[in-house]
Ligand binder design. Structure first.
Ligand code: CA
Length: 516
């Protein structure tokens, strides 16, 4: 068997094994180095003798310190490493990376649904907002009936989605941090894929009252019909409702008005700059930072050059690269905003007596990631190389084009939920271990980090970035493949595997405030 290892930077003293199934002891690498022991796939091998206390480097970054002497050709795993301390948030380089402006990328378009507020949807979906978890069962019952009885009459509407969540009552709604789940829910209701048709189901007695969720003026008044329907609420405790079916009928009646308007919409050709892409990774392995995430990073640069909006997130997975990010900030204000979000998250974790190292999973380690520093270096490359021009706090709505750091937890379902609130109309998700993640609200393009996963999960993974490790494609080629697929998926010309199978993960609101 031909041994194949991946070195991320010439200054690194470890490389990862690319071969399926790993490499046995005694294997001779291309450099002539002989493995002293078996090294599993995606795991690190020491390229030189690493004395106890010396820095172990990958991505040209110290990912750990050797706890004992590690001879060349050894399997370097997490039990052999001491993790570095997190970088202080003081004295960081601020907007120091001066780059030549990137050449604009012109002429790329997709077919989207233009909204009255100027945003563009990639799907045409009726979303039903709920103020509180109590109404989830009734709403779901109504949605099933809408799908069966109404949707066939409105062929231009893709789907009906209940925005179910666990919030709305039994919570300290006046706590300062309650602003996060409330604005998240509000901004999700305004996602471009819902066409500005906001419909709310409320119980009646809940803490999160409809006008608190959607204060006057939240829904843009664009024409006359908006005046009457600005806040369209079905309240289950309303005296008019006698019996369960009366509630269901009310929801279906209201849904009909919205479906009629949504059904009149048609796709039109819009520039690629109308894409709002949220990128994230989940079930990461040591290939993530070598194959899928660099390809996504290349594609991020293409999107920024095309004038589109791209968000990267996952605070605990970029925290160890904060110096890279503050130096790439377009302005000192952007750098300060990033530092503020990191400091807030540090404090949030410390309230729970943990730090960013609580992030890694057993699967990450099995996939060769020794600790959060190594994981973060692989995660951060999704952001490409463009200047960072915007920062969002959790649940905020995107305000600008270009590359934005949308601060969110790394949790896949919470990150996706917060990027939906920010207004994404397309989601890109990379995975090494494999996750069947999907969202009902926007298309999710899944990218496998290695060919073995792409082969086994051939009807779940949309792109195989493992071709990079196999030497069958370059990062640039994969980045372009992803870019073109994005335009096809955004246009509805292609459906992702998650859409085909209707794999829909729950919305999970980030609520750092107390419950009662
Ligand atoms: Ca994630």
């Amino acid at each position: 068997m031909q041994a194949h290892t991946i070195l991320m930077h010439p200054a690194d003293n470890v490389a990862i094994v690319a071969n399926d199934g790993g490499l046995p002891a005694g294997t001779t690498l291309a450099s002539g180095l002989v493995l002293r022991e078996k090294v599993p796939q995606a795991h690190k091998v020491s390229l030189s003798d690493l004395p106890a206390g010396s820095a172990v480097r990958r991505y040209n970054v110290t990912i750990g310190y050797a706890l004992n002497d590690i001879p060349a050709g050894s399997w370097v795993h997490e039990r052999l490493l001491r993790m570095p301390e997190a970088r202080e948030l003081e004295g960081l380089p601020i907007a120091t990376a001066k780059r030549e402006p990137m050449a604009p990328l012109e002429g790329y378009t997709f077919e989207g649904y233009r909204n009255a507020d100027g945003s563009v949807g990639t799907r045409n979906i009726l979303a039903i907002t709920q103020t509180v978890q109590c109404v989830a069962g009734v709403t779901d019952f109504a949605v099933q009936r809408i799908k069966r009885e109404l949707l066939p009459k409105y062929p231009h509407v893709d789907d009906v989605v209940a925005l179910a969540h666990g919030y709305g009552c039994g919570v300290a709604i006046d706590a300062p941090d309650a602003v996060i789940p409330i604005r998240t829910l509000r901004n999700i209701s305004l996602n471009p894929n819902f066409g500005g048709e906001v419909m709310v189901v409320s119980l009646g007695c809940e803490k999160l009252q409809p006008d608190r969720l959607m204060p006057p003026g939240t829904i843009p008044l664009v024409d006359e019909r908006n005046v009457e329907t600005a806040l369209d609420v079905v309240c289950l405790q309303d005296d008019a409702h006698v019996g369960f079916m009366s509630m269901v009928d009310s929801i279906m009646r209201q849904a009909t008005h919205h479906l009629e308007r949504l059904n009149a919409r048609r796709r039109e050709t819009v520039p690629a700059s109308e894409l709002v892409v949220g990128v994230q990774c989940g079930g990461s392995d040591a290939f993530s930072g070598a194959t899928a995430n660099p390809a996504v990073g290349f594609c991020t640069d293409l999107l920024v050059r095309a004038g589109a909006s791209v968000m990267f997130s996952e605070t605990t997975e970029v925290r160890d690269g904060i110096d890279q990010l503050t130096s790439r900030a377009a302005t000192p204000e952007v750098a300060e905003a990033m530092i503020r979000e990191m400091a807030w998250y540090d404090a949030y974790l410390s309230r729970g007596s943990v730090d960013r190292s609580a992030n890694t999973t057993p699967g990450n380690k099995k996939g060769g990631l020794s600790n959060i520093v190594e994981k973060a270096m692989g995660s951060i490359v999704k952001s490409g190389s463009a200047p960072i021009t915007g920062v969002l706090a959790p649940g905020e709505k995107l305000k600008s084009k270009g590359l934005t750091y949308a601060a969110t937890p790394a949790s896949d379902f919470i990150c996706g939920t917060l990027q939906l609130a920010a207004g994404m109309n397309l989601h890109v998700f990379t995975t090494g271990r494999g996750t069947p993640y999907g969202l009902a609200e926007v298309p999710v393009i899944k990218v496998a980090t290695r060919s073995d996963l792409a082969r086994r999960w051939h009807d779940l993974m949309d792109v195989n970035a493992g071709k990079i490790a196999d030497g069958e494609a370059t990062i640039e080629e994969l980045g372009w493949e992803l870019f073109r697929l994005m335009l096809d998926v955004a246009s509805g010309r292609k459906r992702t595997w998650a859409e085909q199978w209707k794999l829909h993960n729950s919305l999970v609101l980030f609520n750092p405030a107390p419950v009662t």
